[in-house]
Design a protein around this ligand. Sequence first.
Ligand code: PEP
Ligand code: MG
Length: 577
Amino acid sequence: MPLALPGIGVSKGTAIGRARVLQRGQIEVLEYALPSTRIEEEVERFLRALHTARQQLRSIRARIPSGTPDEIASFIDTHVLMLEDATLTSGPIEYIRTRQCNAEWALKLQQDALVKVFDAMDDSYLRTRRDDVEHVVSRVQHILLSNDAHHEPFAEDSEGPRIFFATDIPPSDLLLLHHQGIAALVTERGGPLSHTAILARSLGIPAIVGVQRAYQYIVDDELVVVDGAQGVLLANLDETELAYYRRRQADEKRLRSGLRRLKDRPAVTLDGVKIALRANIELTEDIDAMRQTGAEGVGLYRTEFLYMNRAEPPDEEEQFQIFRQTQRRLRGQPLTIRTLDLGADKEPLSATAGSQNPALGLRGIRFCLKEPELFRGQLRAILRASAYGPVRLLLPMLTDLSEVRQTRRLLLECLGQLEQEGKRFDPHLQFGGMIEVPAAAVCADGFARHLDFLSIGTNDLIQYTLATDRIDEKVNHLYNPLHPGVLRLIRTILQAGRSAAIPVSMCGEMAGDPDLTRLLLGLGLTEFSMPPAAVLEVKQVITQTNVSLLSRRVTRLLRCVHPEEVIEQLDRLNRET
Ligand code: PEP
Ligand code: MG
C-alpha cells in the first residue's frame, strides 16, 4: 500500500530518490550553572563559536556557483550580518554574565526573546526573518555542542539522488546540499514565504514543507517520491506507480528546456493580443533574475524592504540613489515604485504601535499620510529618479479617494520645491494606485478617473474580501483566489480601467499562477506583474491561448456559485486548445 503524506508544496517538480533523514534542528539545550571563575571563559567559547559560524558561512558563500541568483548570496550575507549584530552577540554574553549560565542556554534565551518579537508581527515577510534567527542560532548551537571548528553539516554522499528530510533547514545548508546534488527537500516546518522555500524555487529543487510526522514514517535509505506541485510525499510505491513518476520527471525536464527558449519570445497570444509581463522585485539585485526571463520591466517594486532591519529610515538621498541604480539596471524599461507599505505591525517604533488589528489599522497609504515628512522624502526621491528613465508611482492600500487627493497635494508641493532647488524630474510621472481593498474595488471607476493606472493587489484583496488572514495557517484553506466574490471584484476593476481608458495591471500572486492565466486573460487582463521565477511559465500559457475563445467560458465560470463548479470550469478552460 502506498503511503501519502500531505504538506505544502513550495517548489514544484517531481523527485525520486532515497531518503536521507537529518537530525539538524532538533537540538536539546540544557541550562547549567557556572562558577564565577568560569564566566569569562564561557564568553570566550561563545565568541569562538560565532567566529566559526561566520567562517562556515563565508566558505559556503565562496562556493556559490556562477549563475546562481543574487538573492541566494544575500540570504547568506544576511546570516553573516546577524552573526555580527549586537542583538545576537551582546545579548547572550549579557545572559552568561548575569545568569552565570552556559553559552548554549544564554543563546537560547536570546533566541526565545527575539522569536517572541517576530511572532507578534503580523507581516509575512517579517515572520520569515524569525526563521533566519532560528537558522543562525541553530548553526551556532551545533558548533557549541559539537565543539568542532571544521564542522560541515552534511557528509558527502555519492549514492544517487537523495531526498533530504529535516525539521527545518536554513538556506545556507540547502545551498550546501545543492552542491551535493540534493534531489528534493521535505521539512516538517516552514512556509511558502520562508527564505528556504524561495531558495528551493530559485534553484529548482522540488520541496514540500509542513509534512507532519515524516520522521515517524520514513526511514533512512527508503525509496520515496516528492511531488512538489501537489505537495505530497509518497513512499512504498510499486513498480507501476514509480514508472508513472519517472515519466512525469521526463516530461518536466522537457518542459523546462522548452521554457528557457521562451525568454526572448514576445508574450503574444495565438490571436495576436500583446500581453505585458513585468516583474515584482524587492531588491535592486532582483533585476538580474528578471533579466533571465525576458520580463519587460518592473510592475511592483516593494520599497518597504528599504526601511526594514534598521533603526532609522532611509533618507531621500539614499532612496534616490537606490532608485537610480535600479533604474540603470533596467536599461530604459519601466520601474513601478510602490510607496511605503508599512503599518503599525511592521514598524513597531512608530506612533501606531499597539494597534489591536494591524491589518485593518494604519498601514500602507494611511501610515504615509500620517507621517507626511517621511512620505515627502520618498516622494521626492521617486520624482528625482523619474528624470532619468520611465518611473511610475504606485500607492498601496487605497480605500478612499481622499487619499489620492492628499497624496497629489503632497506631490505638487514636492514638485514645486524640486523646481525651486533646480532638481530635475519628469512632470508627467505616471501616478497609479493599488486596488486591494474591496471598497476600492467596488468603487474602482472613481479611482480610475483620478489615476493614470491601477494595479490589482490580489494578495490583500483576497484576504479582505474573504475576511481571511493571508498568513494565518489555521484559515489557509479559506484563502481562495477562485471565490466568486474575488473574481467578480477583479472583473469590476478591469471594467473600470477599460471605461476610463487607463491600464490595469495585476501584481498579486494570482498573476504568477499559470493555472489562472487563461482565466485572467479571459477577464480582460493584459498586464501581469509577478515574481521573476513565474514569468516563463505564464508566458508559455499566453502563447498557447486564443483570447477571443475565452470570454464565453469565463462568463460562465463567473456565474458559478459553488466552489466545485468554479474548479470544473477552470479545468475545462485550461484543457481547451
Ligand atoms: C498584494 O496585496 O497583492 C500585493 C501585491 O502587495 P503585498 O503582497 O506587498 O501586500
Ligand atoms: Mg498588498
